[in-house]
Design a protein around this ligand. Sequence first.
Ligand code: DC
Length: 213
Amino acid sequence: MIIAVDGPTASGKGTIARGLARHFGLPHLDTGLLYRAVGRQVLLAGGNPDDPLDAVRATDFPDSLLVDPVLRHEGTGALASRVSVHKGVRAALLERQRAFAAQPGGAVLDGRDIGTVIVPDADVKLFVTASVGARARRRHAEMLSRGSDAPLEAIRTDLIARDARDRNRAEAPLVEAADAIVLDNSDLDAQQSLAEAIRIVEAAVADRPDRPA
Ligand code: DC
């Protein structure tokens, strides 16, 4: 079973994808981490994230970079959003994501274009979203819990900019797949969101025409 989880920044898609993977016993890939590693690698190499050649060169990042906590920082997320607009960057990361999805038994992948580009024939596609206000408040609380602070308004402004860049880019923009099920969790906590996601996946699997009798 392949489960694609897409959605905007701070929608809770990562938490949901991890929870689904645990519940269904599947491996999970946070594809945003790959773009974050490229963004970080550009910086380490002294390159320019907006330059397609510098960004493509950085797709050669060492795997050890994927566990660097700096990848989780807000600044790295913004860099990831910038390098992810380049066609060559997306092409360089494509096979790695498809190979992960093709594992026997399936997988859960979360990102922006999983259901539209990476695995268009995924068994279940979830599009996780929430209002900008709810996402900004969550990101703010998450940052405070990590000991860093930024004004709520600045976080909100950054989220709006990230959404615009991810949704308006020419290559694999963030968009709901036609057959995705939208989960708006503006009024749900993390536990309720996961419970709803599990319910959606179970219902989708039960509806599958090829389901064993
Ligand atoms: O999910 P995230 O916040 O870690 O993603 C960081 C950036 O990476 C996001 O703003 C856009 C880009 N990204 C992408 O273009 N495609 C993906 N499948 C995942 C992330």
